[in-house]
Design a protein around this ligand. Structure first.
Ligand SMILES: Cc1ncc(C[n+]2csc(CCOP(=O)(O)OP(=O)(O)O)c2C)c(N)n1
Length: 677
């Protein structure tokens, strides 16, 4: 039980943390849903952090050099809303009264871009703490790029509150392992070690020594009684000094807490985790904690104490501004770049060099795998686009994600521009989110397309948050051949296209690959996935111009033939449509070849344009793509035919698999002949 004198010794009003507890209890009670237990348990730790350590300016949530705060256990959202409200962010009490209601700024789980001061959308356990690794990496990366001796203009910490569930999830194991390896010392994780999850005691399913595991990852580990303000303050002091220590270890503080702290009969039990405590229990808590105020009212002296953070934050930012001005006098160009980053303006100097490559590829660039063309695009883009930070999940030579000039980021050395993520696809995807959230980084990373399944929860969050993250997914079909069905994506195009807001590009050749990269760089408000072939594909006449619109006519019917059929394709199968067109022309059947490298971009085109590409009167349509048919009906219509896969692939040379599965020119021709009657 925290004693009033413990708070007083720190200069805090005795009930400063109870303010958070009652906001959580009352808001959950009023909404008749939500999670009071975790905010009640972590209120003391959060109070010391937000009043004594976290550097932030409630009046300017976008301040570049603010500490980042991640509430990884997003179900405890009322803790965050309470902190934001009390410390003076633009989140009035009326919003807390409307917790979990339609249109309120206080949704069930924190949502990035929706509530001022919310740095990241959390709720799926494990994602927040893992993305925080990306934020901490972004901070060190920008520090290496911009800081000068005596001018530490990028210099902040990344703080996380996470729960048992966060640390059970595999994604956090991957990301925290990499954080230890890379020596991301500016990362401090406060683990709400309350021994309770939804089912009951963590002992039911979780018996490892978590601090020992983190120590083995290379982290500094501290333990603290999460209800002893003085001990919390000492631990946070220690963590901050370790964050700047030369050994470069991230820090985890295991905070021993009682879930639902203050609830007279339910504290310490799973019953406080995810439901309202009930009027009687809350009344009992008011008595036990000496809280006499009605729901959603805050005694003036307590509010005044919390609101000191407005002045403190303004002073912290002001102090940084002075530092920044001195930096700008020394290196005005770098200062302007940082200003651009602070304003979240995209870099643009890559456009010229990319145009140069486009010009070069106007005449036939030849045959190669689209992953190889992507590598060549990166050779041009990386030197021209300083915000690009690349990487791969241990498939660098296969993904063609690293250019000759790339230098690796290494433990404690952040001057490189390439991350070796190791075999940690899920952690990689979450870290990419954190890099993008931080700002100043356009992250891209590769793996095999089939393993996008391992990344899906983080990809979904990137789409939900509207983050510019670029996935380089190579080995995009049965065309990868001998590695066989474990490695051959089949349902993955459809599965990725099903994620709202994700742009899925499957370019057919060199020119389309370039256009896909350009589109991904221009699409700053959401993620893009580039699906690239392992096998060589020819450069097709007519590709390139128009590809950026997501769908376009590659070849109208030849020789003035009337258009009787549409042949639609993507990626390595577009060549089948092109070859079928010629065979059909010999039989006087006019076919229009349409490439659809990106469904999502095509849908956004004006109706008249879509009507030109896919004329409504032409109902005989054949689509060819080496995947399942889901998603194609929209483009081929009720009379359309689809040539693809409905089973897994096989281990064999790829030409044999395509032939055996019937994804051939002949199949396209035959389908058309059946369709035109
Ligand atoms: C990936 C994922 N799986 C399941 C859930 C549902 N869920 C919400 S909280 C929770 C566990 C709660 O335990 P803990 O993380 O220790 O939080 P506490 O009970 O201490 O608040 C679960 C399973 C989730 N949010 N995310």
């Amino acid at each position: 039980m925290p004693m009033a004198q413990d708070w007083a010794a720190l200069g805090y009003p005795p009930q400063c943390a109870h303010a958070l507890r009652f906001l959580a209890m009352d808001a959950v009670q009023k909404a008749n849903s939500g999670h009071p237990g975790m905010p009640m348990g972590m209120a003391d730790v959060a109070t010391v952090l937000w009043n004594g350590f976290l550097r932030y300016n409630p009046a300017n949530p976008a301040w570049l050099n603010r500490d980042r705060f991640v509430l990884s256990a997003g179900h405890g959202s009322m803790l965050l809303y309470g902190l934001l409200h009390l410390s003076g962010y633009d989140l009035p009490m009326s919003e807390l009264e409307n917790f979990r209601q339609l249109g309120s700024k206080t949704p069930g789980h924190p949502e990035y871009g929706h509530t001022p001061g919310v740095e990241i959308t959390t709720g799926p356990l494990g994602q927040g703490v893992s993305a925080a690794v990306g934020m901490a990496l972004a901070e060190r990366w920008l520090a290496a790029r911009f800081n000068l001796p005596g001018h530490e203009v990028v210099d902040h910490l990344t703080w996380v509150i996470c729960s048992d569930g966060d640390l059970m999830e595999g994604v956090s194991h991957e990301a925290c392992s990499l954080a230890g390896h890379l020596r991301l010392s500016r990362l401090i994780v406060l683990y709400d070690d309350n021994g309770i999850t939804i089912d009951g005691s963590t002992k039911l399913a979780f018996s490892e020594d978590v601090p020992a595991r983190f120590a083995a990852y290379g982290w500094s580990v501290l333990r603290v009684d999460g209800h002893d303000p003085r001990a919390i303050e000492r631990a946070l002091h220690e963590a901050v000094s370790r964050a700047r220590a030369p050994d470069g270890r991230p820090t985890m503080i295991a905070c021993r807490t009682v879930i639902g702290y203050g609830a007279p009969t339910l504290a310490g039990t799973e019953k406080t985790h995810g439901s309202p405590l009930g009027a009687a229990e809350i009344a009992g808590a008011r008595k036990a904690l000496g809280w006499d105020w009605a729901p959603f009212t805050m005694p003036e002296p307590l509010l005044a104490f919390w609101r000191k953070n407005l002045a403190r934050g303004a002073a912290a930012e002001q102090e940084w501004e002075v530092q920044f001005d001195a930096y700008a006098r020394e290196v005005p160009r770098e200062a302007n770049e940082l200003k651009r980053i602070a304003q979240r303006q995209p870099h643009a100097a890559w456009e010229g060099p990319l145009n140069g490559l486009r010009e070069k590829w106007r005449t036939d660039p030849g045959a190669d795998a689209t992953r190889a063309w992507s590598g060549k695009v990166l050779e041009v883009l990386v030197p021209a686009h300083p915000d690009l930070l690349g990487g791969s999940g241990d498939l660098t030579p296969s993904n063609n994600t690293r250019i000759a000039a790339h230098k690796d980021i290494a433990p404690g050395a952040f001057g490189g521009r390439y991350v070796r993520f190791g075999v940690r696809e899920h952690g990689m995807a979450a870290i990419l989110n954190g890099l993008a959230l931080h700002g100043g980084v356009v992250p891209y990373a590769g793996t095999f397309l089939v393993f996008s399944d391992y990344m899906r929860p983080s990809i979904r969050l990137a789409a939900l948050m509207g983050l510019q993250v670029i996935y380089v997914f190579t080995h995009d079909s049965i065309g990868l051949g001998e590695d066989g069905p474990t490695h051959q994506p089949v349902e993955h195009y459809a599965a990725l296209r099903a994620i709202p807001g994700l742009r899925v590009w499957r370019p057919a050749d060199a020119r389309e690959t370039l256009e896909a990269w350009e589109a991904a760089l221009r699409h700053t408000r959401g993620p893009s996935a580039l699906l690239l072939s392992r096998q060589k594909v020819p450069s097709l006449p007519g590709t390139g111009v128009g590809a950026g619109q997501g769908g376009y006519i590659v070849a109208p019917p030849p020789g003035g033939l009337p258009c009787r059929t549409l042949l639609l394709g993507t990626g390595s199968e577009l060549q089948l449509a092109v070859r079928a067109q010629a065979l059909l022309a010999a039989d006087k059947i006019g076919a229009q070849v349409v490439s659809l490298p990106c469904f999502e971009a095509f849908r956004e085109q004006p109706e008249f344009y879509r009507g030109q590409v896919l004329p409504s009167e032409v109902t005989c349509r054949v689509a060819v793509e080496a995947g399942v048919s889901q998603g194609w009906d929209e483009f081929i219509g009720p009379k359309g035919m689809f040539i693809g896969l409905s089973t897994f692939g096989a281990s064999a040379p790829y030409e044999k698999i395509f032939a055996e599965r019937g994804i051939t020119v002949e199949a396209v021709v035959e389908a058309v002949k059946k369709g035109v009657g």
